[in-house]
Design a protein around this ligand. Structure first.
Ligand code: APR
Length: 230
């Protein structure tokens, strides 16, 4: 039984209508990323940051999982599949995937600014100034911002190191430490990269590059894997 690990980025959600970050010319929905996705930005203007993520939540609520998200659910009927996503949306879960590690946090969760272990679901789209945790501190989005530690990175490294097949979908592989995960795939691991604008991937003995959109290539790759290892 092949162990499949999938690393996804913004590109897998692009065809669901959620914009990627770096395809938009360095600005993220018109904002410098450091203004809306860094501890400094939060200190400077928490209202702007809260509003920015409120709009992201509204967009995510309108979006539906696409053929790529659904193909990974199909794959999981045949192999154990672990998904490591850099995305904060919940489209993998809404497609039906259950084993999803959100490396960069979750859009539909808030957490206390005083205690990172106090995490709450966000029901709907809005997180407001004055929304507080049970101990009275302002809530912030439960998202890993630039300059912050990535607490689930060790878990992601362990998963990747155990993969027989490692599929990378829709990530520019520019943001570390997530981008370094490919380096943890062993020499016998099949590595498949799906992205229409192929990111720079270090050479690997078993590397397949698929320069196509996720919704087209993923269902085909899934069918091929099922056929190959049945
Ligand atoms: N199918 C597959 N890939 C696509 C598609 C598509 N339809 N459309 C675009 N892409 C690819 C782009 O070619 C690009 O390589 O998706 C990638 C998106 O790259 P980024 O916007 O950099 O997104 P990502 O790699 O997920 O960003 C990583 O950076 O901003 C932070 O924390 C944020 O998790 C995010 C991290």
């Amino acid at each position: 039984m092949k162990n499949v690990v999938v690393l996804t980025g913004a590109g897998i959600s692009a065809e669901s209508g959620i914009n990627t970050f770096r395809d938009s010319g360095g600005l993220w929905e018109g904002h410098d990323v450091m203004e809306v996705a860094s501890p400094e930005g939060w200190r400077k203007n928490p209202e702007l940051v809260l509003e920015f993520y409120n709009i992201r939540r509204k967009d995510a609520l309108k979006a539906q999982p696409n053929e790529a998200h659904l193909a990974l659910v199909e794959l999981n009927k045949h192999f154990p599949v672990k998904i490591i996503t850099q995305n904060v949306d919940d489209l993998h879960e809404r497609a039906g995937s259950t084993d999803v590690l959100h490396l960069h946090g979750k859009l539909f969760e808030s957490r206390s600014t005083a205690n990172h272990r106090l995490i709450y679901p966000i029901d709907g789209w809005e997180l407001k100034p004055g929304d507080r945790c049970t101990r009275g501190s302002q809530l912030r989005p439960n998202i890993v911002w630039f300059g912050e530690a990535v607490p689930l990175m060790d878990d992601a490294v362990k998963l990747t190191a155990k993969a027989d097949v490692f599929i990378v979908i829709g990530t520019s592989l520019q943001v570390y430490p997530a981008a370094s995960l490919v380096d943890y795939a062993g020499p016998d691991t099949e590595v498949i990269v799906i992205d229409p604008n192929m990111p720079a991937v270090k050479n690997h003995p078993l590397l397949t590059l698929v320069a196509e959109k996720a919704s087209i290539a993923t269902p085909r790759i899934v069918r091929e894997l099922i056929e190959k290892y049945k």
